[in-house]
Design a protein around this ligand. Structure first.
Ligand SMILES: NC(=O)c1ccc[n+]([C@@H]2O[C@H](COP(=O)([O-])OP(=O)(O)OC[C@H]3O[C@@H](n4cnc5c(N)ncnc54)[C@H](OP(=O)(O)O)[C@@H]3O)[C@@H](O)[C@H]2O)c1
Length: 290
């Protein structure tokens, strides 16, 4: 029986990876910084660990065959952390992102640079790897808008017409589980999206439908948005998002007015079509309710 270590298991995708792995015949171990509050199923072995403390990773990695790697730790910890992981694991499935470009030194954003660096370290290590490169998570809507929707019927946000193809965390996890448990995914870089390009305004409307309460989108200028966004996410992520949305909506770039890309990869790998943003909003409706 394979032993699989899941990192980021208290997060959006990792929690789903754990729950879907439990339906297979592998043994699941989880690295958690605070095992006592991780809230994971009893069947899972929870081991205390932190990606920024490479010497303490051994007890998480001991006897592990494969690792699902989510990197939310600082960039300074990447090299020692990845070096420790590749010493133990034969297979790594890494949660990267869609903005990583192959074959270039200068990536567009700090998080892209971070993910490209991790990909490179894994690639040269000799382990079997699969990189998941999802676009925007549907679950961003919870972080961005749930507090406003719980408080009222108005969502104040910039760039109503900016488009993404939001992907349900369950679909990212379903691809991850295939890549962790099956042969045939080594060396693959999977670009993952949801099934439909939607504007911010569309997404807010869909959440309103799911909770049975019409929501109004009120556009705010980017400078005001940046201040508010910096209270719920790192400033570098707020800057990245604002830059991306501006390019899509206003900047006269080739992408203006075009839908966001949609890939068939989720269905190709799992045999099941990617879930819609409406599915996601229904699954998470309670988190938006007053
Ligand atoms: N949001 C998007 O649209 C999007 C799109 C593409 C890619 N991504 C990438 O997806 C990843 C985030 O995935 P997610 O949303 O599933 O995660 P998340 O919900 O943000 O949760 C972060 C996870 O990382 C763990 N973690 C944080 N610091 C750690 C450390 N020092 N050592 C060990 N574990 C640590 C947290 O564990 P604790 O319980 O210990 O805090 C938690 O389980 C990021 O790399 C992001 O760039 C996001």
């Amino acid at each position: 029986m394979e032993n699989i270590l899941v990192t980021g298991a208290t997060g959006n995708v990792g929690r789903q990876v754990v729950s879907q792995l439990l339906a297979t015949d592998v043994r699941v171990r989880v690295m958690a910084r605070s095992p006592e509050s991780a809230g994971l199923p009893r069947q899972v072995e929870v081991v205390r660990g932190d990606l920024t403390v490479p010497t303490a990773l051994d007890r998480c990695l001991d006897g592990v065959d494969a690792v699902f790697l989510v990197w939310c730790a600082p960039a300074t910890a990447v090299a020692p952390g990845v070096a420790q992981i590749v010493k133990h694991a034969r297979r790594i499935v890494f949660l990267s992102n869609l903005t990583v470009r192959d074959g270039i030194e200068e990536q567009a954003y700090p998080v892209t640079t971070l993910h490209a660096k991790i990909e490179r370290l894994i690639e040269v290590s000799g382990v079997r790897w699969t990189f998941l490169r999802p676009g925007a998570f549907a679950s961003n809507a919870r972080i961005w808008w749930a507090p406003q929707v719980r408080a009222g019927d108005v969502v104040r946000w910039p760039y109503p017409g900016a488009v993404t193809s939001p992907i349900h965390e369950r679909d990212i996890a379903a691809v991850a589980v295939r890549a962790l448990c099956e042969d045939g995914h080594a060396g693959a870089k999977y670009i993952l999206t949801g099934p439909q390009s939607l504007t911010h305004r569309d997404q807010v409307r869909t959440i309103g439908d799911a909770i049975g309460r019409p929501l109004r989108f009120e556009e705010i200028p980017p400078e005001a948005a940046r201040r508010e966004m910096a209270t719920i996410m790192p400033a570098s992520i707020a800057d990245m998002l604002l830059d991306a949305w501006q390019n899509v909506e206003y900047a006269g770039s080739a992408t203006v007015g075009k839908p966001a890309p949609v890939t068939p990869t989720v269905a190709e790998i799992t045999g099941v079509p990617a879930r819609s943003f409406r599915d996601w909003a229904v699954d998470h409706a309670v988190e938006f309710q007053q």
